[in-house]
Ligand binder design. Structure first.
Ligand code: AMP
Ligand code: MG
Length: 341
């Protein structure tokens, strides 16, 4: 199959492919999405298939305006204010879906639907021209790091989808914040992202529910039960404040004749680059926003490299650092290197 590379000047080509039931990836400010028209069951089924996505993990529907009345039933009264503040942007809302609007596979049999209006002019134009919302799960093979660059999409899907709308690298770099609006006790955060709990403080939040789910609890964002974002190699998380711990980890893996990769801020990389095989710099010291932006490119860099183990820096869990550490903890299976190792 031929995969067309489509620039924004030729967007009508992407429109026609989508309208004919084809799959076209598109850029957004979070990560690239794997696009198909959200009422085309056949195309949606192919999205699951090419991604290797479990069929019980529903897709986010991407809309081009804040008027969602055609798609959802009752919504809380604060919804217009919420959308006014955060859309277009990296916030996905889960609402009760109107019946028979979307293809059944979009919601994986649920009565709710996840909606987002991406902050990306070309992609908003694309949705407008298609005339119906597009699904846009992250355009990576299931389990692999998400794509923050068009090249990542091509690495995973070249020859398997009909098109990629070529855009710049994603500005945010990690997936949207997912919130559930269907709980009468308040907004429940199901997946952390660039919009944080603090950003949502003017709205009724149900904090007690908004926690990372423990291993045995039934997941409410079905995607949370799957391993995510991981390169081939094991990742060990290391506290950035402790050079001793970094030295210890490097010594240990050297003794085992492992090739070592370091994923960390510029400062830490400079300290240790002479002692290891490969490094990837995430940006200035303590800059979690930059680290989020470069995280998936870094994980993909190591995935393609010959290193046997990745040592990754722990960032403080505040602001976007919460979402960053959520992804890093999943990628590493919550493996922290500690003094006893
Ligand atoms: P991705 O498309 O890879 O960014 O993942 C979308 C996330 O939204 C996954 O974690 C899904 O499980 C979650 N999601 C999508 N639709 C729903 C829904 N109706 N209810 C709960 N979670 C959802
Ligand atoms: Mg994903």
């Amino acid at each position: 199959m031929k995969t067309e590379l489509i620039t924004s000047d030729y967007i009508q080509e992407a429109v026609e492919l989508l309208q004919h039931g084809r799959i076209v990836a598109f850029p957004t400010e979070t990560v690239y999405g794997l696009g198909a028209v959200a009422n085309d069951e056949h195309a949606i089924k192919r999205v699951y298939e090419v991604k290797g996505r479990p069929s019980d993990n529903p897709l986010i529907v991407h809309v081009s305006s804040r008027d969602i009345s055609a798609y959802v039933n009752r919504v809380p009264e604060y919804t217009p204010a919420l959308l006014e503040k955060f859309w277009p942007g990296p916030l996905t809302i889960i609402c009760e879906a109107k019946a028979d609007i979307f293809a059944p596979s979009v919601t994986a049999g649920r009565k709710t639907v996840a909606l987002r209006m991406p902050n990306h002019a070309t992609t908003l134009d694309l949705i407008e021209r298609v005339g119906f919302p597009l699904v846009g799960p992250s355009a990576n093979k299931s389990g692999k790091p998400s794509p923050s660059r068009a090249a990542h999409v091509l690495d995973d899907f070249f020859g398997q989808i009909e098109g990629v709308v070529y855009g710049e690298n994603s500005g945010i770099g990690i997936e949207s914040t997912v919130i559930d609006l269907t709980d009468p006790s308040g907004i429940v955060i199901l997946r952390p992202g660039a919009i944080t709990e603090a950003d949502l403080k003017d709205f009724p939040l149900n904090i007690s529910q908004s926690i990372e789910l423990s291993e045995n609890e039934p997941p409410r964002a079905p995607g949370m039960k799957y391993k995510h974002y991981a390169p081939r190699q094991p990742i060990y998380l290391i506290d950035s404040q402790s050079p001793d711990l970094w030295n210890k980890a490097i010594r240990k893996f050297k003794q085992e004749h492992y090739k070592i990769g370091i994923l960390a801020d510029d400062n830490l990389v400079e300290c240790f680059e002479r002692d290891v095989d490969k490094t990837y710099q995430l940006g200035a010291i303590e800059d979690a926003q930059s680290a989020a932006k470069y995280l998936y490119d870094g994980l993909r860099f190591f995935d393609k490299s010959d290193v046997d183990v990745i040592l990754a820096q722990v960032y403080e869990k505040k602001g976007i650092g919460i979402a960053l550490m959520n992804r890093l903890e999943k990628a590493s299976n919550h493996t922290y290197f500690n003094q006893k190792d």
